[in-house]
Design a protein around this ligand. Structure first.
Ligand code: URA
Length: 243
């Protein structure tokens, strides 16, 4: 059986009211009839009574307010260490818990663009635009991500050249890592720019050279810098921020 679910793009085109309410997380499609019949929804200034009525989001008011981001969401979040990039609460406290609960009920779902480990902090992008997830995570597009790492020992000589060569093979992998830019900040601190996102890549690259990463923080994703966004805080970005 083929299941259709999350890959319909969110859009600002005309939609049935029950679909609009459910897609934007106000209620389930089943509950939408009661919502409409209770008078929560207006279309072009008149109270709607038919959940099957098609309307442009711009013409709709829900409890007097415009619909919540009908065209989609793109967010920059400062992920604190200790939260997991997962929708499964059994894995630990979720990054999605930092967002308004209604966004957790949207369809398509809001997901992270790539992941950061539980112990990693810094810039995490979130969106409901699956094409954007693909574009920003595909190694083909070589989107640079900048990390700052502190290590348990002094950086070995020759590491800059070793990471830049594009020949480092991680444990359990066949293909080498793409060339990566390493900038030494101090004896045990460095900035690393990656254009791909293998599992635990930064930690494994340093481990391949005998060092353990003690702290890891992402400061930049493509052209976007984390800046002074406080841990746990997020801000919205225009959907076309990355072009
Ligand atoms: N590399 C890692 O090892 N961990 C992250 O969270 C991101 C990149």
């Amino acid at each position: 059986m083929r299941l259709f679910c999350a890959h319909r793009p969110v859009s600002s085109a005309a939609r049935r009211l029950d679909q609009l309410l459910a897609n934007l997380g106000y209620c389930s499609r089943r509950e939408a009839r009661a919502w409409v019949e209770a008078g929560h929804v207006m279309v072009r200034g008149a109270v709607a009574d038919d959940p099957g009525l098609k309307a442009l989001p711009a013409d709709v008011r829900i409890d007097g307010e415009p619909p919540d981001h009908p065209a989609g969401l793109l967010l920059a979040l400062h992920k604190p260490a200790g939260l997991v990039c997962s929708h499964d609460a059994r894995e630990g406290p979720l990054v999605y818990g930092l967002l308004p609960p209604r966004w957790g009920r949207r369809n398509p779902a809001v997901t992270s663009i790539g992941r950061l480990d539980k112990d990693t902090s810094g810039l995490l992008l979130l969106t409901d635009q699956s094409a954007l997830v693909h574009r920003l995570t595909s190694p083909k597009h070589k989107v640079p991500k900048l990390y700052r790492a502190t290590l348990d020992r002094d950086l070995a000589p020759g590491l800059v050249e070793r990471f830049a060569a594009g020949t480092l093979v991680l444990d359990g992998e066949r293909a080498p890592c793409a060339p990566a830019g390493l900038k030494i900040v101090s004896a045990r601190e460095a900035e690393l720019t990656l254009t791909e996102g293998k599992y635990h890549q930064v930690r494994r690259m340093f481990a391949a050279c005998g060092a353990t990463v003690l702290t890891l923080h992402r400061t930049q994703f493509g052209s976007l810098e984390l800046g002074d966004l406080a841990p746990g805080q997020w801000r919205e970005l225009p959907l076309d921020f990355f072009g």
